[in-house]
Design a protein around this ligand. Structure first.
Ligand code: UD1
Ligand code: UDP
Length: 362
């Protein structure tokens, strides 16, 4: 095989998406380097995923850490430029839409290192979201665009991407889910977190929901009311942890505040939940495949197939409790047929495209 592939990961969702791609390229015998930027660094936000998902230990941890967008992105750029220069890969693979993704794509492009973007073409059309800025810019820079859902192909075409660069391969996050499905033990999760009856899982970390104290109060009010109908298991992302506690979730009856969970523990809880309330991108997708009703506390989604092919529904704070009650009254529904190519084979499809590409780029 010609050429080295360098993966850049830095945050919790990156790890879940990269695991099947790294595994499939390993099977294909590709020379790989795994760079962790250190954007997420707590053991519960990082190390646990490497352990549970079988990701190899990173070859480098850049230890960039937290900061304002400018500070973090600048530190990432400087550190990644040095790493890319030293490793001289034939291809840099970046995942999703976080600051590590943007910095890696930009540093690579400026060094003349071709970039592959996994999860290209998603659009919320809301430029107030930092992720929307990141994903648009990364797609402009990438040579290989790996797409998880059909509408993303259209977005890229409208933005002028050469169709030869776009590969609809399915969703590696769902590869990871299907690979570990047998480990998701809902009964064990109920016991571990003290949830004998019906419960919902809640994750909130978007700036629009947790950074502004008024938004955090509105979310906390809606959730406190929801907890009158069923228990809520709330693994708190470090962003918003203090804000949501202060806004009234701490001590609210029926609200079980938890640390961020490992992947297996989290998915076990989700699997047994009557519903999920979230603003996460990945969780909208995972609930789609598990057939768990998902109420997304956002005004837009870059993942519309989770609404059209899945169990997802966008809600405002005031719609949350009525929507939850309706969901609970409806009882469990059969999971709908999942989106096309969310079949657990995205990693091998990406590996096939990458190995072919490497053969033609000595
Ligand atoms: C980032 C991504 C977001 C993604 C999320 C996944 C960007 C712009 N945002 O958001 O798209 O959905 O990851 O979880 O890249 N912190 C810790 N420990 C950690 C990491 C962070 O305490 O291990 C705290 C720090 O106070 C930090 C804050 O969380 O300032 C936010 O972290 P950051 O990586 O900037 O953004 P996220 O909100 O995690
Ligand atoms: N996740 C986890 N433990 C948690 C919350 C989330 O393992 O406590 C997993 C879950 O698989 C989710 C992924 O981490 O899809 C990414 O999570 P996050 O919501 O932080 O990121 P986003 O998808 O919104 O960028």
């Amino acid at each position: 095989m010609n050429g080295r592939v360098l993966h850049v990961v830095g945050t919790r969702p990156n790890f879940v998406k990269a695991a099947p791609v790294v595994a499939a390229l390993g099977t294909a015998g590709v020379d790989q380097v795994l760079v962790h930027t250190g954007q997420h660094y707590d053991a519960r936000m990082s190390e646990v995923f490497f352990r549970q998902l079988g990701l190899p230990r990173p070859d480098t941890d850049l230890g960039v850490g937290s900061g304002s967008h400018a500070r973090q992105t600048a530190d990432l750029l400087v550190a990644l430029e040095a790493e890319l220069t030293a490793r001289a890969p034939a291809l840099a693979v970046v995942y999703g839409d976080v600051n590590s993704t943007l910095a890696a794509a930009l540093a690579a492009a400026k060094l003349g290192v071709p970039v592959a973007h996994v999860e290209a073409g998603l659009r919320s059309f809301d430029m107030a979201m930092p992720e929307e800025v990141n994903r648009r810019l990364v797609d402009q820079l990438a040579e290989l665009l790996f797409v998880t859902s059909p509408e993303a192909v259209g977005h890229l075409a409208r933005e002028g991407a050469d169709p030869a660069r776009v590969h609809f391969v399915g969703n590696p996050m769902i590869d990871t889910l299907l690979t570990h499905l047998d480990l998701f033990d809902a009964a064990a999760a109920r016991t571990a977190y003290g949830l004998p009856g019906r419960y919902a899982v809640v994750t909130l970390h978007r700036p629009a929901n947790v950074d502004d104290p008024e938004a955090a109060r509105a979310a906390a009010r809606a959730l406190t009311e929801a907890a009158r109908h069923l228990d809520l298991a709330v693994p708190l992302h470090p962003r918003g942890r203090d804000a949501l506690r202060a806004a009234g979730l701490e001590g609210a009856p029926g609200v079980h505040l938890l640390e961020p969970l490992g992947y297996v523990e989290f998915m076990s809880l989700v699997r047994g939940a009557a519903a999920v309330v979230t603003d996460s991108g990945g969780v909208q997708e995972e609930t789609t495949v598990l057939g768990v009703p998902c109420l997304t506390l956002r005004t837009t989604t870059e993942r519309p197939v989770t609404v059209t092919h899945g169990t997802n529904r966008l809600v405002t704070h005031s719609e949350l409790v009525p929507a939850l009650r309706k969901t609970l009254d409806g009882g469990p529904a059969a999971p709908p047929e999942g989106p096309p190519l969310w079949d657990g084979k995205a990693g091998p499809r990406i590996a096939r495209v990458v190995t072919r590409w490497l053969e033609h780029h000595d």
